[in-house]
Design a protein around this ligand. Sequence first.
Ligand code: GDP
Length: 304
Amino acid sequence: ETLDKGLEKSKTTFFGKLGKAVAGKSKVDDEVLDSLEEILVTSDVGVNTTLKIIDRIEERVSRDKYMGTDELNTILREEIAGLLSETNSGEDTEITVPKDKKPYVIMVVGVNGVGKTTTIGKLAHKFKSKGMKVVLGAADTFRAAAIDQLEVWAKRVDVPIVKQKMGSDPASVAFDTLSSAVAENADVVLVDTAGRLHNKVNLMNELSKVKRVMQKVVPDAPHEVLLVLDGSTGQNAFEQAKQFTKATEVTSLAVTKLDGTAKGGVVIGISDQFQIPVKYIGVGEGIEDLQVFNKFEFVDSFFK
Ligand code: GDP
């Protein structure tokens, strides 16, 4: 229900436009395909993924010789679900914490302002609600506000936070965080890192160093690298995904701010382009406003 509410704008926009494009037409022709292309691009699906979808539909049209506009929804839905299936194989894609990896280390990356801190807070709440012991690490040391904000979330969720003063070495904070998590027998560690996208080499060096130092405490850390992207920023989100996947091995995505945006299509494009599963979507500022990504629900809400 919240998902429907959250994606309402994407839905009306996408579906409304599609309805307009096919109004008065009974079959899918070049004109309909052109409109569809434009609608997908303006919904931030991204050019490459849009062309892939259009190609697949063209293929079906030429194979079957005819496609009614009334079928178009069903077929688009299938194609989009198919694209999402290539990266999100299960129905729900939540991060699962295996019992034999303790502490389970999740390194969280993303540029400032995308909702990284908020997502960490919401995730901490999710894990804690499942009875897990959570520790937060404030290794985004560039801005005092980042540390303060994470501390506010730590208090709200009531989990311990490891921090140093602003400007300290992120790797050193990560080291302290993991050491503390081991000492306290924690189940999950969420490490907030690198809020800067200065240049690719620096980002890569910084993230590699954080990883290397983490591995002194937990040899196979990090177990997950979660990239947080702001779903309302369209092409910026694509660009950030490109930079971060070049700098480090990103294992999962959280796409935030999908409430109040007409840009829900970014989820489709990014998950297709980077072949990384979207595990969570942010649909508000509150503690409960982080949903486990479910591709079927997502596709349905896009079309309902
Ligand atoms: P950070 O700089 O990446 O750590 O970003 P923050 O976590 O501080 O979030 C920046 C702003 O975005 C804050 O005002 C958050 O409340 C807001 N925010 C984060 N996630 C969401 C979301 O899913 N929906 C909405 N509407 N706002 C969000």
